[in-house]
Write a protein that binds this ligand. Structure first.
Ligand SMILES: Cc1cc2nc3c(=O)[nH]c(=O)nc-3n(C[C@H](O)[C@H](O)[C@H](O)COP(=O)(O)O)c2cc1C
Length: 372
């Protein structure tokens, strides 16, 4: 604590070897949906946004990026299933690499967190279930989002969705990304299979823990086969109940997934803290990620309301190898530098998280050197 901190005693600012990647510090940009990729195509303004947050040997995870035309549930989120999208990602990835950053693409299917207006031919969103979501207040706090009741995927359709993830991973590598993070968290499609309060299937993808994890692990296996295990990470939030997706035994789910992932030798597991039951809302909880951390043999990343002090503590106590920061990295493009110097942080502005502007709340947060 205090301004006396030097890099020598800031665990967050110590090197770490993640597979073949030599990271110079442990401060990771968490995936952050920004809704500024008009018509699902990444835009040139993302070049500045990501390169502002890139540092030599720093790991960035791109915002959730759709794997297919059925994967979307929000306005203007990027995709990676068309040639145009792949080409549009390339200069963004190049800019991060030019600064020495390591860049993973978070690949995503929202499942039932959608409505027919985002779907091809106005069809129903797909899910593990046909249970609908109740309407939600949008992050703006004003509008209400309505969800179309989903269509339960037939057993024989599931390999096609696995294949969509596989192709998206291949496209991410084609775009120049160093790897992919499979979005298995926060109530989206993969989580809709994992969690026993959503998944009500009676086929081999439902019922037992093993069956509920089957879809996630088939996605992992397909992507590992396609791009190699050393370029694959996954994000999981067993304790979260975001988007009405929760489990009666989250610790068992987390540990089972961690142990199963070991069989594929993937690079990292990125787990969201139990205290983040909802995105952005913190709860006290007796649970911890330690059993999952102990079970997983690769790099373990934690996220969820970390600040500088408790990020350092998580590393010192060996609860994690890397710490991902969302909202404060958004508001502080030079966050690793500020952590190194223990400099004061800009506050994030929630009002501008999800607006469509190419600059405001996006690339206009000041750097340390910028006079305020
Ligand atoms: C604006 C915003 C967008 C987010 N988008 C994503 C996303 O695309 N994928 C994801 O896995 N999590 C997403 N999250 C969750 C963050 O990655 C992170 O886990 C969460 O904000 C908690 O970390 P923090 O307390 O450091 O912000 C988002 C959060 C915010 C605030």
């Amino acid at each position: 604590m205090g301004s006396a901190s030097t890099p020598a005693n800031v665990p967050l600012i110590t090197p770490y070897k993640m597979g073949k990647f030599d990271l110079s510090h442990r401060v990771v940009l968490a995936p952050l949906t920004r809704q500024r990729s008009y018509h699902n195509v990444p835009q040139p303004h993302a070049i500045l946004y990501y390169s502002q947050r890139a540092s030599k040997g720093g790991l960035l995870i791109a915002e959730a990026t759709g794997v297919s035309d059925t994967a979307q549930g929000y306005p203007d989120t990027p995709g990676i299933w068309t040639k145009e999208q792949v080409e549009a990602w390339k200069p963004i990835v190049d800019a991060v690499h030019a600064k020495g950053g390591v860049f993973f693409c978070q690949i995503w299917h929202v499942g039932r967190v959608s409505n027919s207006s985002y779907q091809p031919n106005g069809q129903a969103p797909i899910s593990s279930t046909d249970k609908p979501l109740t309407p939600k207040i949008r992050a703006s706090g004003v509008d209400v989002v309505e969800f179309t009741p989903p269509r339960r995927l037939r057993t024989d359709e599931i390999p096609q969705i696995v294949n969509d993830f596989r192709l998206a991973a291949r496209n991410a590598i084609e775009a120049g990304f160093d790897g992919v993070e499979i979005h298995g968290a926060h109530g989206y499609l993969i989580d809709q299979f994992l969690k026993d309060q959503v998944n009500d299937r009676t086929d081999k993808y439902g019922g037992s823990l093993e069956n509920r994890c089957r879809f996630a692990l088939e996605v992992v296996e397909a992507i590992v086969d396609e791009i190699g295990a050393d370029r694959v990470g996954i994000r999981l939030s067993p304790f979260a109940d975001y988007m009405e997706s929760w489990d009666s035994n989250p610790e068992a789910l987390g540990v089972y997934m961690a142990e199963s992932l070991n069989m594929y030798g993937i690079l990292y597991c990125h787990a969201v803290e139990p205290r983040m039951k909802m995105v952005g809302v913190v709860h006290e909880t007796p649970h911890s990620l330690v059993p999952m951390r102990k079970a997983f043999k690769g790099t373990f990343i934690v996220a969820g309301d970390y600040n500088r002090e408790d990020g350092n503590k998580a590393l010192t106590e060996n609860h994690a190898d890397l710490v991902a920061y969302g909202r404060i990295f958004l508001a502080n493009p030079d966050l690793p530098k500020k952590f190194e110097l223990n400099a004061p942080l800009n506050k994030y502005n929630r009002e501008t998280f999800y607006i469509s502007d190419p600059v405001v709340g996006y690339t206009d947060y000041p750097f340390l050197e910028t006079p305020i």
